[in-house]
Design a protein. Structure first.
Length: 95
């Protein structure tokens, strides 16, 4: 992923995406909530940048891509290196 991707990823990590679940009406305290997140088109610019940012904030991230776009294989290697699971799939396939 290029220099611009790294810049966007750094911006996402500074957003401090919520890892905390709100307390209920009885006033329970906040508790850590690690989410499992599925991203379609994970190897594109937006999907890969989002995946890295979410992974860096502690979420479990996985996704799928059809790898039609040139360069998506390069992003796949980087995502796998960061521990993000990537599946080759196309939602247009009905079987």
């Amino acid at each position: 992923m290029g220099e611009r991707c790294a810049e966007v990823s750094n911006t996402l990590s500074r957003l401090e995406l919520p890892l905390w679940a709100e307390g209920d009406s009885r006033g329970d305290s906040h508790r850590l909530h690690r989410m499992k997140i599925l991203i379609s088109g994970i190897c594109g610019f937006v999907g890969s940048t989002l995946a890295v940012g979410l992974k860096e904030t502690g979420h479990e991230v996985f996704g799928f891509d059809n790898f039609i776009r040139p360069g998506s294989e390069r992003n796949r290697v980087e995502l796998k290196r960061k521990g993000i699971r990537v599946l080759h799939a196309d939602i247009r396939n009905s079987t």
